[in-house]
Design a protein around this ligand. Sequence first.
Ligand SMILES: [Zn+2]
Length: 249
Amino acid sequence: MGICLKTVDYSETSQVVYFLTRDAGVVNLMAKGTKRPKSKSGGAIDLLAEGQVVFSQKNPETLGLLMEFSETVSRTPLRRDARRLNVSLYMIELIGKMLPEGDPHPSVFDLLHNALERLGQNDAPPQAVLAFFQWRFLRHIGLLGQLNTCASCQANICEIPPDAGLYFSSQQGGILCPHCHAPTNEKFRITPPCLAGIGALLTVTKGQKATLPETQAVEVNRLLGYHITHQLGRPLKMTKYVISTGTRE
Ligand SMILES: [Zn+2]
């Protein structure tokens, strides 16, 4: 199974398609003739398309050849809603930028598949789906950072009042307490709703139930979006459509 992360037009009739496959990770494939309306794929392969991918690739560093693609999942409900669609496009861009090619990550495939399924449901809150997705993805690739104790002095964050002045430093890989953040310029202010959202996500990570209200999800996404931008050295193309730039303190 594979989900289309990125496409590049190659010629009148062909595309280069990046798929996240469940078993082989990200693969980069020449899709010959897919843009013909009568092709087996039924026309050009779209972003987010998911289905059975048959391909041949000599080694992960070279362009492989797509032999067959049959879409098995309809993303129509998701494509009809700009907010849901934008969140989905952000997720595939993030994976495309952060996962190396040819390195299998079945749990990331499942994470993306489940998040896209959820976003296709009318009752799903897009920002909460995104917060869970970013959280789990960053944790999987080891970039989530330290969020329950101060990254510098190890003070327990739970014991610090939420309005005492907490920051997150992408470079230092975690939260900095009111005593430790002063010397650091690269930092992001953690608002009380953001801290509450982090608490909810930590609870869920432990396998316990917690709810993540949209206001908290928006703040958590701002934080994780900041972290990702810092790690990549620039924002993702979709960041401005998906991550709130709010300056609420
Ligand atoms: Zn500290």
